[in-house]
Design a binder for this molecule. Structure first.
Ligand code: AMP
Length: 129
């Protein structure tokens, strides 16, 4: 069965899309740690990050770098943190999270955003891609 991220990539499930190219897709995390929390996903559905072949893994990092630079311009933060977990969704994804402290990488504290706030930050990040 297709993963929820495959359904997002195909458009079957809506998302706050930031950017895509031939092989990768970026969209806002629906339950963000921080404003601008974005997921970068390979279109090819693979569960675990270190099962990606070398080209797919390096391509994912290069794609994530482009998105992270746009996030850094769009959100006031010290840096953009990167994390790969995958315990909830078994389809490789890189979390890009604007951070000011180590604690900001914690998945225990979440923020609530309205749809308008999601759309606003989506458009702002997109404008810097
Ligand atoms: P994990 O697999 O543990 O890295 O976590 C999966 C992440 O995907 C979580 O941060 C969720 O909030 C996020 N997520 C799950 N479903 C969606 C969705 N439909 N749209 C955007 N983000 C999602």
């Amino acid at each position: 069965m297709a993963s929820i991220f495959t359904k997002i990539i195909s458009g079957e499930i809506p998302s706050f899309k930031i950017y895509e190219d031939e092989n990768y897709f970026a969209f806002l995390d629906i339950n963000p740690n921080a404003l601008g929390h974005t997921l970068c996903v390979p279109k090819k559905e693979v569960d675990q990050v270190f099962d990606l072949d070398d080209d797919a893994l390096s391509g994912l990092m290069i794609f994530s770098k482009k998105v992270a630079h746009a996030i850094k311009k769009a959100v006031v933060c010290k840096r953009v943190g990167i994390s790969v977990i995958g315990l909830e969704v078994p389809h490789v994804h890189v979390h890009l999270i604007p951070i000011n402290t180590m604690g900001d990488m914690s998945f225990d504290s979440k923020i609530q955003l309205t749809k308008d706030q999601f759309v606003e930050i989506m458009n702002k990040i997109k404008s810097y891609i």
